[in-house]
Design a protein around this ligand. Structure first.
Ligand SMILES: Cc1cc2nc3c(=O)[nH]c(=O)nc-3n(C[C@H](O)[C@H](O)[C@H](O)COP(=O)(O)OP(=O)(O)OC[C@H]3O[C@@H](n4cnc5c(N)ncnc54)[C@H](O)[C@@H]3O)c2cc1C
Length: 512
């Protein structure tokens, strides 16, 4: 069995009142808290947690509050915000070609990216969950991903090391590869400052064979650092991180393929998977016919300000596949030709037209076109909320293994077309991770949408998929986590939680 050590610090910190914005995140849930703390260092944060632990005060950890599952929304007690822990320490190079960046956990993705562009040209940090005000700690705690996870994987793949403070105020320094669960029993031993040794067992349940952000990491001989990644602020406060950087590709281009129907889009995706490595494909995103129709309506309403080009095909069955490709400059033409050849030789439909973007301006225009879709969905719901304030959009976040892509799409269609609800399907089709976005007009439709959401979860689990591929469980999807892991799986997670947070003060009502 391997062990890891903790140490303790005793700095005192004063309490501050609670700014209103700390009571909610992008889930639109509204919380409550008695006080908020804004530590500037690991030592200050450790002292706050030590005091909270003594008084058994609930603690909610708060980063950029871009989360959409309510993890950062407090339910009483205190908030610890990392908004004053934004230092970026610098770039590290080990002499063997490995490059990394280290920072405090409150640093935003935007700040991290700007720092890298300034200080280490030619390298980048791949995780990109769209919203660049997300913090390093929040992204790590949610194991954030995004469109480019198809090519680069989620945040987990880039976390080399972290400093994390347990509920007791004890500080752990974790490095990838240093502390692994026992090969025989999957046990860890946590050594406390007072000499106590605590044994706990990691869950050996294999991860689903698809993107997954549901519950604590599991598997055989897992790394201790992986338990904290994706734990949504329930096991400890991450205060410092070291992220791996990788070299920038020499050339990048984006393409958008308009196909005659949805089956052709699925066929194209499945064919692209086979050539993605040699073609340098980093993202495959889907726009269903309903999504393209929403964009046409946007164009009619807003004109050029819609960011929707006028030459978009008009046929109602049209489906869209957006692809990002990176490669050496000399291979650009070869890769374009490969994409075109595949898309022109589909059996289930045909290519209507394709757009390609090579230079910065063209790529920016295509990016705005893509982003116009979620903006339209959000503004449609915002409009409806004026009449029904309790309405929210219902956006699924489920993924299935590769072989089930066609089947899950048919299931979504069958269920959605059997009811009279407005909806669009879009998202990360390369990872079989599609967001079914239901746009209810009133509470009756909202409740019907929730029922369908549950039916989707049951089906996805039959296919051995995940009920949350990237947004996490937070406070909103606990019932789905239970469905996915069952009583035994939840009990395994609770045992891990107990080892790190015996009084269960961290992230109350998140996950459990
Ligand atoms: C428009 C939009 C698009 C998005 N698109 C994507 C996407 O494509 N892919 C994707 O994966 N996500 C996406 N997200 C959501 C995503 O969860 C966040 O962008 C991000 O991962 C959370 O970071 P944050 O700093 O905002 O965390 P917060 O929202 O502040 O917190 C999230 C969780 O992490 C915990 N936490 C925060 N900081 C720490 C810390 N230092 N230590 C321990 N726990 C901590 C909190 O307690 C909470 O449980 C999107 C969000 C928006 C608004």
């Amino acid at each position: 069995m391997k062990t890891f050590q903790s140490s303790e610090l005793t700095t005192q910190c004063g309490r501050k009142t609670v700014p209103a914005e700390l009571l909610h995140d992008e889930s639109r849930m509204e919380g409550r808290a008695d006080a908020a703390e804004f530590p500037e260092s690991t030592e200050e944060a450790a002292a706050i947690l030590r005091n909270a632990s003594k008084s058994k005060t609930k603690v909610t950890l708060s980063g950029g509050r871009t989360g959409i599952a309510g993890g950062a929304v407090p339910t009483g007690g205190i908030i610890i915000s990392t908004s004053k822990m934004k230092k970026i320490y610098g770039i590290c190079e080990d002499g063997n070609g490995n490059v990394s960046i280290s920072c405090q956990s409150g640093a935003s993705l935007d700040d991290i990216n700007k720092f890298i562009r300034r200080e280490k040209k030619g390298f980048f940090f791949p995780p990109d969950p769209t919203e660049t005000s997300a913090s390093a700690g929040g992204m790590t705690s949610c194991n954030a991903s995004g469109a480019h996870t198809f090519g680069y994987g989620p945040t987990r793949n880039y976390v080399n090391a972290m400093t994390v403070i347990l509920a007791s105020g004890e500080i752990l320094k974790l490095e990838r590869g240093k502390y692994k669960a026992s090969a025989e029993t999957n046990d860890f031993i946590l050594e406390h400052n007072d000499g106590r040794k605590e044994k706990f067992t990691a869950s050996s349940r294999p991860q689903p064979n698809t993107k997954n952000a549901a519950g604590y990491f599991s598997g055989k001989e897992i790394d201790a650092i992986d338990l904290f990644i994706g734990s949504e602020g329930t096991l400890g406060l991450v205060t410092e991180l070291e992220f791996k950087l990788i070299p920038c590709p020499e050339a990048e281009f984006n393409t958008f393929f308009f196909l005659s129907n949805e089956d052709a889009a699925i066929e194209l995706t499945e064919k692209l998977r086979y050539v993605s490595d040699k073609s340098g494909i980093t993202a495959i995103e889907y726009f269903d016919p309903g999504a393209l129709e929403l964009l046409r309506q946007r164009r009619l309403k807003m004109g050029p300000a819609s960011c929707v080009p006028p030459d978009m095909p008009e046929e109602r069955e049209t489906a869209g596949i957006y692809i990002d490709t990176t490669c050496e400059r000399k291979d650009v033409q070869k890769n374009i030709k490969r994409l075109l050849d595949i898309s022109k030789n589909l059996e289930k439909g045909s290519l209507i037209t394709a757009w390609a973007a090579f230079d910065k301006d063209e790529r920016e225009r295509l990016k705005k076109f893509r982003h116009a879709l979620p903006e339209t969905v959000n503004s449609t719901i915002a409009e409806r909320r004026k009449t029904h304030p309790a309405l929210t959009k219902l956006g699924t976040d489920m993924a299935v293994p590769d072989k089930y892509l066609g089947q899950i799409m048919k299931f979504y269609r069958k269920k959605m077309d059997a009811v009279n609800l407005q909806y669009v399907i879009f998202g990360h089709i390369g990872n079989n991770h599609l967001h079914v976005n239901i746009l209810p007009s009133d509470m009756e439709e909202y409740n019907l949408g929730k029922k369908l959401y549950m039916e989707f979860a049951v089906k996805v689990l039959e296919m051995k998929g995940s009920i949350s591929a990237e947004h996490g469980i937070g406070k909103l999807k606990k019932n789905f986590l239970h469905l996915m892991l069952g009583d035994d799986g939840i009990a395994e997670m609770k045992a891990i939680k107990k080892a790190f947070d015996p009084n269960s003060i961290l992230g109350k009502e998140t996950l459990f």
